[in-house]
Design a protein around this ligand. Sequence first.
Ligand SMILES: *Cc1c(COP(=O)(O)O)cnc(C)c1O
Length: 407
Amino acid sequence: MILANENYGKLQASYLFSEIAKRVKAFQAAHPEADVIRLGIGDVTLPLAPACLEAMHKAVDELGHAATFRGYGPEQGYDFLREAIAKNDYQARGCDIEPGEIFVSDGSKCDCANIQELFAQELRIAIPDPVYPVYVDTNVMAGRTGANVDGRYQGLHYLESTPANGFVPAPPAEAVDLIYLCFPNNPTGAVATREQLAAWVAYAKANKALLLFDAAYEAFIRDPEIPHSIYEIEGAKDVAIEFRSFSKKAGFTGVRCAFTVVPKNLVAYAKDGTEIPLHAMWNRRHTTKFNGVSYPVQRAAEAVYSRDGACQCTQQVDYYLGNAKLIRKGLQDLGYTCVGGDNSPYVWVNVQGSSWDFFDRLLNEAQVVTTPGAGFGKCGEGFIRISAFNDRTRVIEAMERIASALR
Ligand SMILES: *Cc1c(COP(=O)(O)O)cnc(C)c1O
């Protein structure tokens, strides 16, 4: 008899974005003339930077000639890309990361999801609330949690992000083993200071714990005091894995390219305390289960670091940040308290009431789609996330409509 993985049965059925889609569809069916503006899902809208496009075209042409054709590439990524990443994203910021510690992949979602395979079943896991759902659900699927009771999985340690802690949770009083952190944060848009990250690194060292640092929105940081990488913190190379993606930095959500940094000196432990290097484990996992990102895509990613490419990608991020600023100011002018939107494409608005009610109100009265914070976890109740990924004219229009609806 083929037995199923019953852990899947613990997963919460109603996925946030399908519920949003359902409500938007119902609204549109009732109001076919309505011009709905979507500031909900976190997907980029600007076309690829010309430098990336040019590099990709050139690489495609190379594949069409016998002399320059390439088949399987190295699973970990081509050297040209790993070197560009190490140099520009790390060494230029004073982080001692070498190309061999970088694993190129087709997305941070997959990497964040797959990394838990390296660890034992009986871990104590700390997960932010509100949270990007991938961290939680992959551990549920792997059987590391109990049932979901009142919106929380038994056995997980929730790191509450609230107005009281400025949406940056401090390390817990008790010991945990695996800690997911994401800054700039999705969904709150909050950023962590050097001191806050240093507290996590110290905690991980003291507890022989591991930090999984998701820096997918690193390119949106404009405050020079905010670290872009966990490795900007002294000692982090001993306790942290970092996830980065070209999705939000360079508009690669459809192109697909990301990378994970696993330092060579990073270890997990056997039950008897023996150190087990995680670099070798992830290398084994990656080479066994993954066959590399396509050559044209890696060339396009390399172009993100060229002079033109870097400039074009920065301009795109600045454009989204300009939208975010308008959104944040618009809501603040209406008397709402917000975080995010300054070093992040997301504005997290305290709506002083039910997330879903506020979502429905904006949909019905302003024809603007947002994301109810409650969908990201218990602590998200009372908030909505507004995304800056859209055209400027649409954002301006949305803010005008929201202002007249809420005033
Ligand atoms: C968008 C996003 C990613 C990137 O995912 P990709 O699979 O690389 O597109 C990772 N983490 C968070 C929190 C995100 O919002």
